[in-house]
Design a protein around this ligand. Structure first.
Ligand SMILES: *[C@@H]1O[C@H](CO)[C@@H](O)[C@H](O)[C@H]1NC(C)=O
Ligand SMILES: *[C@@H]1O[C@H](CO)[C@@H](O)[C@H](O)[C@H]1NC(C)=O
Length: 109
């Protein structure tokens, strides 16, 4: 998750979930955002057989009880976007990104 612009705050410590389906089973991996609001999930090596189009990234939880928003698919699932092939010169590594995901602001009452 990156800063969406003015009025948005970067969230560290939010948990995101990578979910991949194939015909047999669903594979789930999670990661926590760092202080820049970014995360990296190294998909299990089985994931290549699943196909990235069967993977989605979801918001799972945030610190301070923030509510998830569906901006860019945070709740319904964000589609992976291919970012780089042959990462580190290795054709086995492929980097995908998702658009910025967001939590709802806390409304003071
Ligand atoms: C990876 O694939 C192997 C062989 O098909 C299977 O036994 C194993 O359970 C799979 N692992 C995961 C995490 O899906
Ligand atoms: C994986 O399959 C389950 C069960 O059909 C479905 O609820 C879920 O949305 C699927 N996940 C993805 C990432 O397509």
């Amino acid at each position: 998750m990156e800063n969406l612009g003015m009025g948005f705050e970067i969230i560290a410590g939010a948990v995101v979930k990578l979910e991949c389906n194939n015909t047999k089973k669903t594979m789930i991996q999670t990661a926590t955002t760092d202080r820049n609001g970014k995360f990296l999930i190294e998909a299990h090596k089985n994931v290549s057989t699943y196909g990235a189009h069967k993977c989605k990234v979801f918001l799972f939880s945030a610190p301070h009880g923030l509510k998830r928003s569906n901006i860019h698919g945070g709740i319904k699932g964000a589609t992976l976007r291919s970012e780089a092939h042959d990462l580190l010169g290795n054709p086995k590594y492929h980097l995908y990104t998702v658009l910025d995901l967001a939590f709802e602001p806390i409304c003071p009452h």
